[in-house]
Design a protein around this ligand. Structure first.
Ligand code: DP6
Length: 373
């Protein structure tokens, strides 16, 4: 009997227009649209194998080799349920297809991130889960349709279903059917975009909070819609100056919004702020010398469910070695406080990448008994 199994990998993405705030926490519907750059899977990715088999007694999931409980109404269970529903429809419309929708699943997923990267894996993880199940079930769904399901695993995961430059349109329907991701431009449109991930620290305390605050409301209604248009247009025209300007402003405002919550949340520390000062000076000196912006910074929340929180942030640049090349004439080294070696704990140099990949059985993560390899 043939084996019902599929393996897929999915990339990490980094938001230039940040998603923060939900209008529906169960369906994971956001209060604003967002936009991200997909990073290269050759450097950072989640890989997942899913298998359906009549001998399996229940659905089981392993993350990095460790079994995790699939909570009945939790995010993973929701994604599996939605994909099973689509498989049922598919089997109904194609009576010759094997009946596998009701078989239990074993799912094994690994991230290739160095632990030191401190990157949240929920976006690439749920995108890989959805991609592997969609391949196993041979679903005739588009990437945008699959993004509806990945979104219910983790909001930002819907953007990891595409490569290149990706928008998540917030939508307005209460059932979430129009809250989908779509590709603005493929990687090939602007392949020169490099990203340098710097791991700043691991000693922060984090609170996940999306309470309604005045600045967030202002951001939702007056700021983000116009920024989405500006950055989309900048990507289409490969206009790095505008792309960088909007990216840095949005990172700043996102962190201002965090500061506006009660109690305030601080995700950046002195090292993060020093790097902002360096990038700002790099760009100022470059423009003063008749050039254009050289790099942009953007910081995420660095929030993971573990107590060990790290603060990755990314610098975008169109240069081979972002931020590490020759300094422009007139660069003022006095802008930055100097730190001991170790202030930045690690770097990953990557670039814009492609979307999820369906891989061959030789890449599978389950052994012959359906247990993680
Ligand atoms: C700051 O997608 O991790 O990275 O939907 O609750 O799983 P949930 O949140 P998540 O939030 C990511 C927020 C962000 C900005 C962004 O990626 O847009």
């Amino acid at each position: 009997m043939s084996k019902f199994q599929a393996t897929a990998s999915a990339p990490v993405n980094i938001a230039c227009i940040k998603y923060w705030g939900k209008r529906d926490t169960k369906l994971i519907l956001p209060t604003n649209s967002s936009l991200s750059v997909t990073l290269d899977q050759d450097h950072l990715r989640s890989k997942t194998t899913s298998r359906a088999d009549a001998s399996f007694e229940k659905d089981r999931l392993w993350l990095n080799g460790k079994e995790e409980e699939i909570k009945p109404a939790g995010r993973t269970a929701t994604c599996i349920k939605e994909l099973r529903r689509l498989r049922c429809e598919f089997e109904g419309a194609n009576p010759n297809e094997p009946k596998i929708a009701d078989l239990h699943l074993h799912i094994s997923s690994f991230n290739n991130f160095p632990t030191a990267a401190g990157l949240a894996s929920s976006a690439s993880g749920f995108a890989a889960l959805v991609s592997s199940l969609a391949a196993l079930y041979k679903l005739p769904a588009t990437q945008s349709e699959l993004s509806l399901i990945a979104r219910q695993g983790s909001g930002s995961a819907c953007r990891s279903l595409f490569g290149g430059y990706v928008a998540w349109n917030m939508g307005s329907k209460t059932d979430g059917t129009d809250s989908i991701a779509e590709e603005i431009a493929p990687r090939s449109h602007w392949p020169e975009m490099h990203a340098l991930i710097c791991v700043v620290s691991d000693d922060k305390k984090g609170t996940s909070s999306t309470v309604d605050v005045p600045l967030l409301q202002h951001r939702i209604t007056s700021i983000v819609p116009e920024r989405m248009e500006r950055i989309t247009d900048a990507i289409r025209r490969r206009d790095f100056n505008t792309f960088a300007d909007v990216t840095m402003r949005d990172s700043n405002q996102f962190h201002a919004t965090l500061l506006d919550t009660d109690p305030p949340i601080f995700y950046m520390n002195d090292v993060s702020r020093t790097i902002i000062a360096i990038i700002t000076e790099l760009n100022r000196a470059s423009v003063a010398a008749g050039g254009s912006l050289k790099a942009a910074y953007t910081y995420d929340a660095g929030r993971t469910p573990t107590p060990r929180l790290e603060d990755p942030f990314r610098l975008f640049s169109q240069e081979e070695t972002p931020g590490l090349g020759a300094l422009p004439l007139g660069f003022n080294v006095g802008v930055a406080k100097k730190y001991q070696i170790g202030g930045v704990k690690g770097f990953i140099h990557t670039r814009v990448g492609d979307g999820p990949r369906v891989l061959g059985d030789e890449e599978a993560l389950l052994d012959q008994h359906g247990l993680p390899l």
